[in-house]
Design a protein around this ligand. Structure first.
Ligand SMILES: O=C[C@H](O)COP(=O)(O)O
Length: 264
């Protein structure tokens, strides 16, 4: 078994084979947001909530990695690209820059890497740059022995609907064929379509969260549907940490991801 496969397994629970990952990388491009002004406090709360892994920028791994370095603590996942979205805060887009190489992320203590593959670019040139960056990072990740999770999403300006099942299926398939060890993508809205997305993707599919959903029942419900469709877990950000009832919601999500709890 390769180092990448071995380390990928560490992101998943030994019994459920699923993962409750929490993304705290939004402030990399969005700055200090509500509930995330004190980054150390947010990282500590995410670890206390029982996350299997936490997604952080290189700088936050450097600053706060020690808060996670204990037996049973969450694995550390490093975002290695910077999204030039006309504000991560203001919407979706298609520009990015690679900010850390696989070797650097591993030297910081990362157990896995995350970067975007965005479908629907306005220009072939930027699409080509994105494809090449993912392929090069996948090659470097293989060489270093660290898994690469590609956030494959139809968020480009030319994609009519970021949750279009066909486009989502295409995005994750391209990511896998470029060398991703797992993908992070949209829940496409219904179980049957999500099954097709998972069926066409030869690597584990993890579902992203997006803006905070106030209706916790709805959040838990679509999480359960995504898992029933074959998703191997979630990588949720604001839906975990950008809310007053964060600890409670984390516990419910964790229970649903690892089984034994229904969506109610
Ligand atoms: O890709 C986006 C980031 O990981 C932020 O996660 P979020 O949209 O669930 O808050």
């Amino acid at each position: 078994m390769s180092g990448s496969s071995l380390r990928l397994r560490r992101l998943f629970d030994a019994t459920s084979h699923r993962s409750f990952m929490v993304a705290f990388d939004r402030t990399l491009a969005g700055g200090p947001e509500p509930y995330a002004v004190d980054s150390a406090a947010t990282v500590t709360a995410i670890a206390a909530a029982g996350a299997d892994a936490i997604l952080l920028s290189p700088g936050l791994i450097k600053q706060h990695g020690h808060l996670l370095a204990y037996r049973g603590g969450p694995a550390i996942v490093c975002r290695v690209d910077f999204p030039f979205i006309a504000g991560f805060a203001r919407g979706r887009g298609e520009e990015f820059r690679v900010i850390a190489r696989a070797e650097e992320a591993v030297a910081l203590g990362a157990d896995a890497l995350v970067m975007f593959l965005i479908l629907g670019h306005e220009e072939q040139r930027t699409w080509g740059t994105n494809v090449e960056a993912v392929a090069r990072t996948a090659e470097a990740a293989r060489r270093v022995g660290v898994p690469l999770i590609v956030e494959a999403v139809p968020w480009g300006s030319q994609a009519p609907d970021p949750r279009d099942p066909q486009l989502v299926a295409t995005a994750v398939r391209i990511a896998a064929e470029l060398g991703a060890d797992a993908v992070k993508t949209e829940y496409v809205g219904d179980l049957a379509s999500m099954r097709d997305v998972v069926a066409g993707c030869p690597v584990p599919v993890l579902v992203l969260g997006g803006p905070t959903v106030d209706d916790v029942g709805a959040l838990v419900g679509f999480t359960a549907d995504a898992l029933a469709a074959g998703a191997r877990g979630v990588i949720y950000g604001r839906n975990v940490w950008q809310r007053t009832d964060s600890a409670l919601v984390s516990a419910r999500l964790r229970a649903v991801v690892h089984g034994g709890a229904d969506a109610t």
